[in-house]
Design a protein around this ligand. Structure first.
Ligand SMILES: Nc1ncnc2c1ncn2[C@@H]1O[C@H](COP(=O)(O)OP(=O)(O)OP(=O)(O)O)[C@@H](O)[C@H]1O
Length: 265
């Protein structure tokens, strides 16, 4: 079993982070005093009502947005922009349409000092890991949505980041593909161990994947509660038929729904 206690090194340190957007109708406080540490190799899911600042927080960790106050450290270094060490997967697979699957996955490795042969081998191994061994020469337009998303995940993994930031990566997929990719991600994480920050609207998915679930409150976004998911790994879809899983899921669902109702008041 992998627990957060297996490694005590902090990989992502979010300290007093707030974010205020200046809107036409005045300031919009998207995040208010968010404090959170993710341990090395930890898998954390983030849930909360629409507009509570999940993506904003991810973008700040990724270095795509600057916080208004506070700071984020990844691997001990203050985040000052996007770059090495952080892999990001968005809901919409951002693949280059003119490149094959193999070339798309190799792309992130070009920036590193890796020989073309080694690049090829690393990319091929991750393409195999996500179950696309026979599609290395295919172009994105020849792939289904789920396959494209697997390529995006392979590309993020191939660059060997220490942290993987995922913003509803399976949100646009059908239930079966989603289940398959969840399983795929679990297997990959169990093998490769990365620090994962995974945003989802799906409570089932949050519980299935994570060691801890962060529940965010409606605007202004704050951390409302952190729930330890005490379910053993390796995990698979089979977990969903167990009482332990369903008890945790139902309790979390009620909390998320309460937060949503509060937000609608
Ligand atoms: N670039 C921006 N400029 C102005 N306001 C923004 C910007 N990005 C986000 N916001 C505002 O910040 C708040 C949080 O948005 P964010 O996208 O982080 O929420 P979210 O929890 O990810 O939502 P969802 O679950 O719907 O994706 C919202 O009120 C949104 O309107």
């Amino acid at each position: 079993m992998i627990s957060t206690r297996d490694n005590q090194r902090i990989e992502i340190e979010i300290k007093d982070v707030s974010k205020v957007f200046e809107g036409r109708t005045g300031p919009n406080v998207a995040l208010e005093t968010v404090n959170l540490n993710l341990m090395q190799n930890e898998f954390v899911s983030v849930v909360g009502p629409s507009g509570c600042g999940k993506t904003t927080l991810l973008n700040i960790i990724a270095g795509l947005l600057e916080p208004t106050t506070g700071s984020v450290r990844v691997g001990g270094k203050e985040v000052r922009g996007p770059g090495e060490g952080k892999g990001v997967v968005f809901q919409q697979y951002a693949l280059f349409p003119w490149m094959t699957v193999q070339k798309n996955v190799e792309f992130g490795l070009k920036l590193k000092n890796i020989s073309p042969q080694e690049r090829k081998e690393i990319a091929a191994s991750y393409i195999e890991l996500v179950g696309l061994k026979d599609f290395g020469n295919a172009y994105p337009k020849e792939l289904s949505g789920g396959m494209k998303q697997r390529v995006a995940i392979a590309r993020a993994y191939a660059a060997r980041p220490d942290v993987l930031l995922m913003d509803e990566p399976f949100g646009a997929l059908d239930a079966q593909t989603r289940a398959q990719l969840q399983e795929n991600l679990l297997n990959t994480w169990e093998k490769e161990k990365k620090t994962c920050f995974f945003i989802t609207h799906d409570v089932e998915e949050a519980v299935l994947l994570a060691q801890r679930v962060i529940l965010m409150s409606a605007r202004p976004g704050r951390i409302k509660e952190i729930i330890d998911i005490q379910l053993p790994y390796p995990r698979s879809q089979q977990l969903k038929v167990t009482k332990e899983y369903n008890d945790i899921k139902n309790a979390l669902w009620s909390k998320v729904y309460e937060e949503y109702l509060d937000h609608m008041k």
